[in-house]
Structure formats: C-alpha cells, structure tokens
Design a protein around this ligand. Structure first.
Ligand code: GLY
Length: 353
C-alpha cells in the first residue's frame, strides 16, 4: 500500500492506494456505508467490510442524484444513532461519493467522511477536492457544499470490471487534467493509448496517481474555487449545457466533457487565445480516444438543429459558475496555460453550429 497526504483549508486528506479493494475500519462510534446496486457486491467483498454496520444502497445513475437520496442517507444515519465522530463511507462512482459527502457535511453539522471511489472518474476527479452535491431543477450539482473527505481509499482493481462507457467517461477527466497540469500525463495518453484502453493495471495506477496529485495541489491552494480551481472546469460549461439539453443521464458526464473541451479549444481559437497548433493537437488526442469533436454532438442528432445552439447557450446562462450574469469560459493558450474569461454570445453560438 502506498499513500500520501495533502492539506486543505479544512485539514489533512490522506490518500491510500491499495492493491485490492479496501475500505476503512470504522471507529467505535460506528459509521454508515453508502453504495449503489452496482457497487454493492464489490463493497461486500472489500477488505474490512463490516456487515453489522448500517448500509444504504441507492439505485445507480445520475437520476438518483437528488435531495431525496441524501435524505435517505441522513435518515439511516439518524436511525442508527450515529454521532458527529461516526464515519460516512461513500463507496462508488461520483454520484455516490458526491451524495455521501453532502450527507456527511450536513449530518450534525459535519460528520466523518471516507470516500472509496470505484470508477475512473471518481478516482481521478470527483472524490478528490471536497465538492459535494446533488442535481436540482434539472441543473447538475446545483445544490451542495465543500466538504473534503478525511481519507480516500483507491484501488484501480475496481476498474477491471467497470463498464466501458463509464471507463471512457472517466478517461475524459484524465485528458482534462493532463491538458491543464500534467505534460507527462499528456504524453502518456498519446503514447500508451492501447495499454490504457486495455486497462493495464500498472498504467492505470500511474495515471490515477498523477491525476490525484495534480488535483491535490490545486485544491490545497484553492478549495472553494475562487481562483485557479476554476480551471478544472475546462470543457464543463459546454458539457453541463449539453447534459442539461440532452436530458440529465442521457449522455455520460465524461463524454460531454470531452466534447466540451473540444468546443472550448475551438472557442479559444475564435477568441484569438488558443494557439492553433495546440488546439489541433489536443483535439486530435480527444478524437483519437473516440470522443465526438463535432460542433453538434451526436446525442442531439434529430433535434431542431437551428434551435440547439441557443438552447445550449440558455443552459450555460443558468450555470452556477456564471458571475454577475455573465458566463465565463475556461480557455487554454496551450498545455499548462489556462485562463477564465467571458466570451461574446455570438462567438459561443458560432462554435455550436
Ligand atoms: N471537478 C472539478 C472540481 O473538482 O473542481
């Protein structure tokens, strides 16, 4: 087992990398496990699983990312008599880890929290950095808190059985992290594509470690996203709009993010910000992994094409990251060089048609 610790505003976060799937030993004050129907069998086989502890099993999928699911977790914790020093263990993908963390942040004004991400997306991004929440009013992650886990337990062994669509969803966040902060990771993504796609365990471990470390450095400096953490939303303004317009759960988050990054590169080109060679190369990497880079994402095919750019723009204007009513975009000059800026509506509409 390998581990490292980083420190955010709320305290230290210990990250453990295990060979086999391992969950924390619960304290004397007890705890609660949260899984979904897909991750439950893995949880029951995980090292340190204690079948006498309360367990909430949610239905899988983005549709469940609602306040009612968080309420179920809180009710179960209360019924089990848990205290503030009890530990909530979120075992699953980003939906489960975000909601478990949200519940932990609310319970008795903040209970113990350990996350055990089982998808590539949650390992590389969602479980690290303390963002919690649920979808609300058809907007993704619109209601939530910042509440970092005290411990994160990762085993890439969980990725062996991950459905292909979910694996590819997570890989998009890996591409994002590489473009933002990690030239070496970016190089690995180009050079070792076959081994990555065949889920070579050592390589996945290296990739996940590089992502966690890159993100840890960012959230150490900017937990509450007042500055550079905003860069982690590269592609996300487009992606969230696509997910909203397509209908939450219709397209995977990562697929939407990959498309959104390609749109952001195009927008950056139009705004005279993004280096043309960088845009071409990074878009090439995204396409080489099979993600759509088309101005109109295929998930919207068959809809009124004349209307879709405006629908997407409307969704962006409701994005929680807009400031003073203005949508701001994360754009890149080149690898490892990023900025956040408003862009005129006409330019945004132009890259969506
Ligand atoms: N997923 C973006 C962030 O954690 O800030």
């Amino acid at each position: 087992m390998d581990s490292f610790t980083f420190t955010v505003q709320t305290g230290p976060v210990a990250v453990f990398f295990h060979k086999t799937i391992t969950i924390p030993v619960l304290p004397r004050s007890g705890g609660i496990y949260v899984a979904d129907e897909n991750t439950l069998p893995l949880l029951q086989k995980a090292k340190n699983f204690d079948s006498s502890m309360p367990l909430v099993v949610l239905a899988p999928g983005e549709e469940e990312k609602q306040l009612s699911s968080v309420e179920r977790i809180l009710e179960a914790a209360l019924n089990a008599g848990l205290a503030r020093d009890s530990v909530f263990v979120g075992f699953g993908g980003g939906v489960v880890t975000d909601m478990t963390a949200f519940a932990a942040s609310l319970y008795m004004r903040g209970a113990g929290l350990c996350l055990v991400p089982t998808t590539l997306l949650a390992m590389a991004d969602a479980a690290v950095g303390g963002k919690t929440g649920v979808d609300f009013g058809n907007f993704k992650n619109c209601v939530g808190t910042f509440y970092p886990a005290q411990e994160i337990h990762i085993s890439v062994d969980a990725l062996r059985t991950l459905p292909q669509a979910e694996f590819m969803s997570g890989l998009a966040e890996v591409v994002k992290t590489a473009m933002l902060y990690a030239p070496k990771l970016y190089q690995i993504l180009w050079e070792k594509k076959e081994s990555i796609l065949s889920r070579d365990g050592d390589l996945l471990l290296e990739i996940v470690k590089r992502c966690v470390q890159a993100k840890a450095h960012v959230v150490e400096r900017d937990l509450k996203e007042t500055g550079e953490r905003m860069f982690l939303n590269l592609g996300h303004t487009f992606a969230h709009a696509l997910e909203t317009v397509a209908g939450l759960g219709t397209i995977s988050h990562g697929e939407a993010v990959a498309w959104g990054i390609a749109r952001a590169l195009e927008l950056g080109k139009r705004a005279g910000i993004t280096d043309l060679d960088w845009a071409k190369e990074a878009t090439g990497l995204i396409a080489s992994y099979g993600y759509s880079i088309a101005p109109v994402h295929p998930v919207l095919a068959g809809r009124n094409e004349a209307e879709t750019p405006q629908l997407l723009l409307n969704a962006m204007k409701n994005d929680k990251k807009k400031k003073g009513g203005v949508v701001r975009f994360v754009l890149q000059r080149e690898i490892n060089s990023t900025l956040v800026t408003p862009v005129p509506d006409a330019e945004v509409l132009a890259v969506l048609a």
